[in-house]
Design a protein around this ligand. Structure first.
Ligand code: NAG
Ligand code: NAG
Ligand code: CU
Length: 501
């Protein structure tokens, strides 16, 4: 079979792919923290493949070692690169001053990050709600735990589901509406409807709304790749809290049924108690567990001659394939909101956006008129700056507020919130595109206003008002604010000439 003949090539390719593209994401989402589970898991998986011959197994084990070695090399390299950048020697006095100023700023920014900061969330701001051998569900602490500033979204909770290869996330329902987004991997989603289960194949970038109370199960169909789903919970009756309810289950997960009294169960299910006890004693695998390749295949939706509608249904939409709102060589913005999806996003008053910023580029400085943004970094690295009058500690004598800059480094798994009307900017580092998924809450009537680029609000302000507001000639102001690019720019300083002009 092709599997065996191309075995080594496929394996080699896989490890390279895994190493260069996926590993950085895994490690940053907090999966590769303890000793080195990757190597252990890798070897374990080699030994578990019953169809492998002994030499296949040997090769598999060797590939694990190779991958592990490359990973260590890469980590070393990263460590070495980081300080190098800073030591980069410049000879001009001017530039040295510039650098030390920048370093001071960087340090200051670090400090700011550590101060109690209601908008930036670290790994430690998640708590692990479920952890089994098969995967885990991490839930971000409520948005008002640190500060009251985010009361506008206090009802919402963000959860990240991670499932290991070939696992089953057993059937449950939530007391919240859920907006599910596939950040990485390939999943099968089963939604239990009145008379049958509707199955969806979820590719990366797919979004699925799940109405509260709908029983669902999830399968990670991939043999090797982990599955990462972002789940935005919108609780129905317990603001800021959501719960899971397992129907089918046993001891672990515990079935809700087993909490009913014996006479109720016997009467409802028309079975003697001995039989019922046996049934509810069986399941002890936990709520996310490993299943076999055959079991994964058996769960797959299949078109059959007899039941023409039994094939997979289409998810609501794929954010990665949607037409962009803005696009140039520095980045792309994709938006799907209430106007595009009357049934779900309009009802939830929610917009999903994807910012895909090319390396060493930036978004314009902008703000949302109505929407508060909950952002999750999917890929790449970069920085965010948010400017806020609420957390400013400065006391001063001016007639308006003073603003405080909140900055943070971005890496996969990082979550940040940009409150409505607060100006912010996203920047990407060298190396790869920065991909940021955003749930924009209160999206109806929302507009994005920009401070730089085509059609920015300063350029659009009438000249007389502009002159009064800046106390500076309007043509000089216009010269500064006019530029032809829209929304995404290269992250570069101007040449001296333009700066001095
Ligand atoms: C958020 O958490 C804080 C502290 O645990 C709690 O006092 C508050 O009631 C919670 N808010 C919501 C909406 O659950
Ligand atoms: C991000 O943009 C790049 C082009 O700069 C494109 O190749 C890539 O497919 C985009 N990624 C997504 C997820 O849309
Ligand atoms: Cu603020």
């Amino acid at each position: 079979m092709a599997i065996t003949t191309n075995f080594s090539l496929t394996l080699f390719f896989f490890f390279f792919f895994f190493f260069f593209f996926l590993f950085p994401l895994f490690s940053n989402l907090g999966l590769a923290q303890v000793e080195d589970p990757e190597l252990k898991t890798c070897k374990h998986q080699c030994l578990q493949q019953h169809q492998y011959s002994q030499s296949d197994q040997q090769q598999c084990l060797q590939s694990c070692e190779l991958y592990h070695h490359l990973k260590q090399e890469r980590e070393k390299q990263i460590e070495e690169e980081t300080p190098k950048k800073k030591d980069h020697s410049h000879y001009h006095q001017h530039q040295q001053e510039e650098e030390s100023r920048e370093r001071q700023e960087e340090e200051q920014e670090k400090q700011e990050e550590e101060d109690d900061n209601p908008y930036i969330f670290e790994d430690s701001d998640f708590h692990t709600k479920v952890q089994t051998e098969g995967g885990r569900i991490r839930v971000l602490k409520n948005f008002t735990q640190n500060s009251k500033l985010l009361q506008g979204i206090q009802n919402l909770r963000l959860a990240i589901l991670e499932a290991r290869p070939h696992t089953f996330v057993s059937p449950r329902h939530f007391d919240s509406d859920v907006v599910l987004f596939n950040m990485m991997g390939r999943a099968l989603l089963g939604l239990v409807k009145e008379s049958q289960t509707e199955k969806f194949i979820l590719e990366r970038g797919d979004m699925m709304p799940i109405p509260a109370g709908t029983p669902l199960y999830i399968v990670n169909r991939e043999e090797r790749e982990k599955l990462f789903l972002a789940m935005l919970h919108i609780p129905v009756s317990t603001p800021g809290k959501f719960e899971e309810f397992f129907g089918p289950g046993g001891q672990d997960p515990e079935s809700v049924l087993s909490a009913f009294s014996q006479n109720v169960l016997q009467a409802a299910l028309q079975s003697p108690i001995g039989k019922l006890e046996r049934l509810f004693n069986q399941q002890n695998e936990g709520s996310i567990f490993k299943i076999s390749k055959e079991q994964v295949q058996a769960l797959a939706p299949r078109r059959s001659y007899w039941r023409p509608f039994s094939g997979p249904s289409r998810p609501e939409f794929n954010l990665f394939n949607r037409r962009t709102t803005y696009s140039n060589e520095y980045g792309r913005l994709t938006e799907v909101g209430p106007a595009d999806d009357k049934d779900n996003l309009d009802r939830l008053n929610l917009m999903l956006t994807l910012a895909n910023i090319s390396q060493e580029s930036m978004s314009t400085i902008h703000y949302n008129s109505h929407a508060t943004k909950i952002a999750v970094v999917i890929d790449g690295r970069g920085f965010v700056q948010i400017v806020c009058p609420h957390v400013s500690k400065a006391k001063h004598e001016k007639s308006g507020p003073s603003y405080h800059r909140i900055s943070s480094e971005l890496k996969p798994g990082k979550v940040f919130v940009v409150p409505q009307a607060h100006p912010f900017v996203l920047m990407s580092s060298k190396g790869q595109n920065l991909l940021v998924l955003c749930f924009e809450i209160n999206a109806r009537d929302n507009k994005k206003f920009t401070f730089a680029g085509k059609d920015n609000i300063v350029s659009s302000l009438d000249d007389n008002a502009k002159e009064l507001a800046f106390n500076y000639p309007s043509d000089l102001v216009n010269k500064i604010f006019n530029r032809k690019e829209t929304f995404f720019f290269p992250l570069e300083s101007p040449s001296e000439e333009r700066a001095d002009a």
